[in-house]
Ligand binder design. Structure first.
Ligand code: NAG
Ligand code: NAG
Ligand code: NAG
Ligand code: NAG
Ligand code: NAG
Ligand code: NAG
Ligand code: NAG
Ligand code: NAG
Ligand code: NAG
Length: 408
């Protein structure tokens, strides 16, 4: 056991230093940057994060994000789980693959929930069949601790109006990872909503007692409400309360992701016949008055794993937060060389159902189809107006809290 941990450590350290002290891609097509106690790699495809390495409470480096060993494989794997990428031009789902701006109805390409009448699907997920995370971004600059990608999304691509130019900057600091996304429409009014779609496992998929993330504790202190959604996860227009003690209550106190799995309401909570979470929680910070989104204590989400002791605090200027508990995973995605156990046949080197959790900073999903929410200023952008901006800071620490029931 110890031997394999040391091996993982050695692998990580090699990946994070020898390969990568210079800029440009390594032999696997990955661009490495470094901070204090943290290293990360990125690929051009989807401007995706491919490795993110911090040490656990024993000092063992852990790679916390789902991904593949090389950049090439992201385009080969048919499942396309949006692994660590930037969904765009409009993240999450667009009802009926259409929306209206200034009285004009636009139709974008559908790519989810096919039916006999609509074989391509009845809605659009993450910007369409060739959304941003199906394309190569350009690396415009890289330093030891920062990298910036750009993308030009042409007029009419996937059905969206007008050209959009985007810059995605990732920067590492003292156990911190900062994201800054800027998108500028250059020719027409268009919806823009971005996010970052990472599959987290704070144990580096190496927990030797459970291979799920259901023991990870989640705290969403500002999320007393969520967006109600139908059986295919399209918002109904209703905003609903997360009553204290209910399955969607992560705000009144921190709660492990699996803690409500005995509550019958967890079944169907993430759509038809789906058990778990795929939910857009609102972030209600505004009632506290003007605030700096970076300010200490103002995290919108805290995820902590007692097994590794690794804690992630998410700070952001965004007003919604999607949580997906990897309900759809089934062991068909392999772990990277930097992850998992090498000598424990109990767990295969793959991502099982509930083996991860996706946390997405974003705006209110499908607000372009919910005029009563009055969010057009946060959703529709025009040439010469304010750019779309998403900022977030992911801050890591060690929190050695174990669960009172003795479970990890
Ligand atoms: C890059 O940053 C890391 C962490 O701050 C530091 O240890 C390393 O020396 C830096 N490398 C270069 C080439 O500046
Ligand atoms: C690339 O990564 C995939 C998945 O991690 C792996 O199956 C494949 O062998 C790798 N290819 C090369 C050339 O390393
Ligand atoms: C869905 O879009 C189609 C065109 O793609 C349109 O004919 C239909 O009216 C729309 N349905 C709804 C409920 O908006
Ligand atoms: C992305 O770049 C890689 C490497 O240059 C290339 O093989 C691939 O075809 C490109 N993919 C797309 C979708 O442009
Ligand atoms: C499980 O992993 C922990 C943390 O790395 C380690 O201390 C422990 O010895 C391992 N247990 C077994 C049974 O391998
Ligand atoms: C440590 O994690 C627990 C469980 O998530 C949480 O209740 C507690 O506030 C955290 N403590 C610190 C100091 O961050
Ligand atoms: C519901 O999900 C279960 C477990 O994944 C599966 O066995 C069953 O066939 C599903 N039922 C329907 C109606 O899809
Ligand atoms: C597992 O999930 C993938 C992706 O959704 C799917 O393509 C595959 O058929 C599933 N495999 C099984 C055995 O259900
Ligand atoms: C939590 O961890 C305990 C102890 O390792 C394990 O027995 C249990 O199955 C885990 N629970 C979940 C929901 O993963």
């Amino acid at each position: 056991m110890l031997l394999s941990n040391l091996l993982i450590g050695a692998l990580c350290l090699t990946g994070a230093s020898a390969d990568s002290d210079t800029t440009g891609p390594d032999k696997n097509g990955k661009y490495w940057i470094h901070g204090n106690g943290i290293s990360a790699s990125f690929i051009r495809y989807g401007a995706s994060v491919s490795n993110l390495i911090v040490k656990d409470k024993y000092g063992i480096p852990r790679d916390l994000v789902g991904g593949f060993d090389n950049a090439t494989y992201y385009e080969i794997d048919k499942q396309h789980p949006h692994f660590g990428g930037v969904p765009g031009r409009y993240a999450n789902r667009i009802k009926n693959s259409s929306f209206e701006i200034d009285g004009v109805t636009y139709h974008v390409l559908p790519n989810e929930n096919p039916t006999a009448a609509h074989p391509a699907g009845v809605d659009t997920l993450h910007g369409g069949p060739k959304g941003w995370d199906w394309r190569n971004f350009t690396v415009v600059s890289q330093s030891n601790n920062s990298i910036t990608f750009s993308l030009v999304d042409p007029d009419g691509e996937q059905g969206f109006p007008g050209e959009v130019v985007a810059y995605i900057t990732y920067t590492l600091g003292d156990l911190t990872w900062d994201l800054r996304m800027v998108a500028i429409p250059t020719t027409k009014k268009t919806p823009i909503m971005l996010s970052s779609h990472i599959y987290w496992n704070l144990d580096g998929f190496a927990n030797n007692e459970t291979n799920t993330a259901l023991n990870h504790t989640l705290y969403l202190p500002y999320s007393g409400q969520r967006v109600d959604a139908d059986s295919i996860l399209i918002p109904t227009g209703d905003i609903v309360a997360n009553q204290p003690g209910s399955v969607n209550d992560f705000w009144s106190a921190p709660k492990a992701l699996g803690d409500s799995f005995n509550d019958p309401e967890i079944h169907g909570n993430c759509g038809f016949n789906c058990t778990g979470y795929d939910t857009c929680y609102l972030v209600n910070r505004e009632q506290n008055g003007p605030h700096d989104w970076r300010a200490d204590g103002g995290f919108v989400a805290r995820l902590q794993s007692p097994w590794s002791g690794i804690q992630l605090d998410v700070y952001t200027d965004q007003e919604a937060f999607q949580v997906y508990s990897c309900n759809g995973q089934n062991g068909s995605l392999t772990l990277k060389e930097t992850q998992g156990l090498f000598d424990n046949p109990k767990f295969p080197r793959t991502i099982p159902q509930y083996g991860c959790v996706v946390l997405e900073v974003e705006d209110w999903i499908d607000a372009i189809n919910q005029p009563s929410w009055q969010r057009s200023k946060k959703q529709i952008y025009e040439p010469g107006g304010d750019p779309y901006v998403l900022q977030a800071s992911y801050r890591f620490s060690i929190n050695d809290t174990t669960r009172s029931d003795g479970h990890y």
